[in-house]
Design a binder for this molecule. Sequence first.
Ligand SMILES: [Zn+2]
Ligand SMILES: [Zn+2]
Length: 91
Amino acid sequence: MRTYKTWKWEKIYVSSCKVCGQNFEHAKNNAMYCSEYCRGRSYYNYIKKPIQISKCKYCKKDFRHKKNNAMYCSPRCRSSYVWYNRNEVVI
Ligand SMILES: [Zn+2]
Ligand SMILES: [Zn+2]
């Protein structure tokens, strides 16, 4: 029985890093970052979400936030809105 060298089944992929844009080689087909450093930076970017602008449900003013589902410009408006609605229900 003959044996073959098996380097061929080990595929090497080349991707460009999502953070620094450099090409890098890797064995996984879904690698996105060239290094732990870039992975860390991408996590940091994820935390630093873009600021969104929404209209406050209570005072109708535009306000900036980083949450996807923010509805009130401040805790004060949130509690005012809840209080207002509770009042309406009572009436
Ligand atoms: Zn990188
Ligand atoms: Zn408000």
